[in-house]
Design a binder for this molecule. Structure first.
Ligand SMILES: Nc1ncnc2c1ncn2[C@@H]1O[C@H](COP(=O)(O)OP(=O)(O)OP(=O)(O)O)[C@@H](O)[C@H]1O
Ligand SMILES: [Mg+2]
Length: 610
């Protein structure tokens, strides 16, 4: 064409030699790479710690949400990163919303233009000498991005502890678990939250089975009687297919004991190892007892006054098993931690009744007193009551205080060791030093028969303290390779420690904090489960380093949780709203970054789940 006489001929000049040599160099070094994608240039919207990757259409199948990658930056640095948005598809050469595309797809046309994929990656760290460290640089544009193989992913995450939680979502066969030998795992305490029906109890059932198998003793505080038949295999029509899909067979948990308070109705009266227990009033700090009784200030003052007077009388009269031992324990008594040695609830009640008598100007009488109180010591009792009355008057307030204490006394929960329950079983004090000495037990602390939350909470406070003490003793005494391990699961935790009430319960809450702190060093792990995380005090979140976050739909709750829980990336939070039943975002010691995990369902029977 250039030969045409009508057209001007274009002068063609040779390329400068420098350019030619550059081309030549690139051309010879080019070969198809084994990358799954390449990083893009940054834009003003780019953020530190994240980078975009693009990849060709034929690689689409390889890319998944949550997948891990290595980025081999052209400057020689290597990074570990994770897919946090996408993978998405974009048409090649056309904007995704181009009318031509929309119309052809609306019209059902078979035409799909060629496309490529893209995703946002969060940079987890720079890999230096096999370790992942804080990245100080940024992957350059056009760096190779390679998806990790399942094997590499397992090595990079090291999240497959022997106590299996389930499998990571988005990965091929990536088991996720905590380690039973790692003191930084379970004793760092766990929070399990999720809306009702999200699958908390079903997960806890499987978790308990695994803990016991790994040699832990597990104490399950069950306020609804849900776990009272876990010694039997699962039979729910919802769980059987889920178990089958994972190749799991329904089976009951071995070595289960059902602990039921005194005469309360048991969740499963036919349980083969049902034991009836009573609480010891002398185990509970007077401050915790008065907080849990939820009286007003006037009643609390009177409760504490009656408490002190009853304590004095016990020592003065000598209503103790062993005077020397009693004297020793009195000198060591920490009233924030425990109750007055040898003191019984009936004795505090009798003092309050006697004060009412004195204030009402009644003759001393044993008519309303109790045999295990001061019925046999009426003159001494009324003498003491007269002194108390001088400090605190007001008959109506004392009457209300008597009612408060009497309601607790009527539960028959306290100080009934060696009596017989209505079903003929003996009532015993739980001796946790003996109980926890053997590993692998599952103790279901069945409080479903106690209707009043304050009474249930007193039972829980007593349990926590007794178990913490026993664990301390056993831990100190055991040889290094045989340290006992215990986990206490507190279901419906919001009923026990609520943010609303925490200001009214400083003694209880600081006891929980002390137990939690000590527990970290002595292998006592606490697990709090609730569908109302918004009702838990913020301090509780900081006590728990492991979080199992199941579906939560409520926006304000989500925001509050996001505010108080670290370690979960921004991109994961929106997922929480729509998580299917049985899945959770898990952020824990040893599971970093946080991951979505398909939790293993329990193989045992839960009651009232359907
Ligand atoms: N992993 C799972 N796979 C299949 N079904 C499940 C799974 N987890 C739970 N379910 C089913 O979902 C329902 C609710 O589970 P579950 O009782 O464990 O929830 P929850 O969070 O404890 O609820 P609530 O707060 O009311 O106690 C049950 O019918 C249970 O069988
Ligand atoms: Mg539940």
């Amino acid at each position: 064409m250039n030969d045409s006489p009508d057209r001007p001929s274009l002068p063609v000049r040779a390329l400068p030699t420098s350019v030619a040599s550059e081309f030549a160099e690139t051309a010879t070094s080019w070969k198809p790479d084994d990358a799954d994608g390449r990083t893009l240039f940054d834009t003003p919207q780019s953020e530190d710690g994240s980078v975009s990757v693009v990849f060709p259409q034929e690689k689409f199948d390889r890319w998944r949400s949550q997948a891990l990658v290595h980025i081999e930056s052209v400057d020689g640095r290597r990074y570990l990163a994770q897919v946090v948005r996408g993978p998405y598809a974009s048409p090649v050469g056309l904007p995704a919303g181009a009318p031509a595309l929309v119309i052809t797809q609306v019209e059902g046309s078979l035409f799909t233009p060629p496309y490529h994929g893209w995703a946002n990656l969060e940079i987890l760290g720079e890999i230096v000498g096999g370790q992942t460290t804080l990245p100080l640089f940024r992957p350059r544009p056009n760096s190779l991005v390679k998806l990790l193989t399942p094997e590499q992913t397992r090595t990079a995450l090291r999240c497959d502890g022997d106590l299996r939680l389930g499998n990571a979502v988005g990965f091929v066969d990536l088991p996720v678990g905590l380690s039973s030998d790692e003191k930084a795992h379970l004793p760092r305490h766990t929070l399990a939250v999720g809306t009702t029906g999200a699958g908390k109890s079903t997960f806890i059932a499987s978790w308990v089975e695994k803990l016991a198998k790994a040699g832990f003793n597990v104490i399950l505080i069950d306020v609804e009687g849900e776990y009272s038949s876990i010694h039997q295999p699962a039979d729910s029509s919802r769980i059987l297919p889920a178990l089958q899909a994972r190749g799991l067979t329904p089976v009951g948990i071995e070595n289960t004991f059902l602990l039921v308070p005194t005469d309360a109705t048991a969740g499963d009266p036919k349980h083969p190892r049902l034991r009836r227990f009573c609480l010891n009033f002398s185990n509970v700090s007077p401050y915790i007892a008065s907080e849990l009784l939820q009286g007003n200030d006037a009643q609390t003052d009177r409760f504490l006054a009656a408490y002190d007077a009853a304590a004095e009388l016990v020592t003065e009269i000598g209503l103790v098993a062993d005077r020397a031992e009693h004297a020793r324990r009195v000198t060591e008594w920490d009233d924030q931690e425990a109750g007055y040695p040898d003191l019984k609830l009936a004795q505090v009640l009798d003092v309050a009744i006697a004060v009412v008598g004195v204030l009402g100007k009644e003759e001393p009488s044993d008519q309303f007193l109790h045999a295990e109180g001061f019925k046999a010591h009426v003159p001494r009792l009324f003498e003491k009551a007269a002194l108390v009355r001088k400090k605190l008057e007001h008959l109506a307030s004392w009457r209300k205080t008597v009612r408060l204490i009497a309601a607790l006394h009527r539960t028959g929960l306290f100080d009934r060791s060696d009596a017989k329950a209505k079903d003929g079983r003996e009532i015993r004090t739980l001796d946790f030093v003996r109980i926890l000495a053997e590993p692998g037990k599952v103790l279901v602390y069945d409080l479903s028969g106690l209707d009043a939350p304050p009474h249930r909470n007193l039972a829980i406070a007593d349990l926590l303290r007794s178990v913490a003490d026993a664990q301390d003793l056993l831990y100190e005494a055991a040889p290094a390779e045989k340290k006992p391990k215990t986990v206490i699961v507190i279901e419906e935790a919001h009923e026990f420690v609520s943010a609303e009430r925490v200001s009214q319960m400083p003694a209880l809450f600081s006891q929980i904090q002390r137990i939690a702190r000590r527990g970290r060093k002595r292998w006592l792990g606490l697990m709090f489960a609730t569908q109302f995380p918004q009702h838990l005090p913020g301090e509780l979140f900081t006590l728990c380093n492991n979080r199992i976050l199941m579906r939560l739909g409520d926006e304000p709750t989500l925001r509050r949780l996001q505010h108080s829980v670290g370690g979960v990336s921004e991109s994961l939070w929106p997922r929480l709203k729509n998580l299917p039943t049985g899945q959770a975002i898990v952020s824990a010691q040893g599971i970093d970054p946080a991951m979505i995990v398909n939790l293993e369902p329990g193989r045992c029977k839960l009651r009232m789940v359907d």
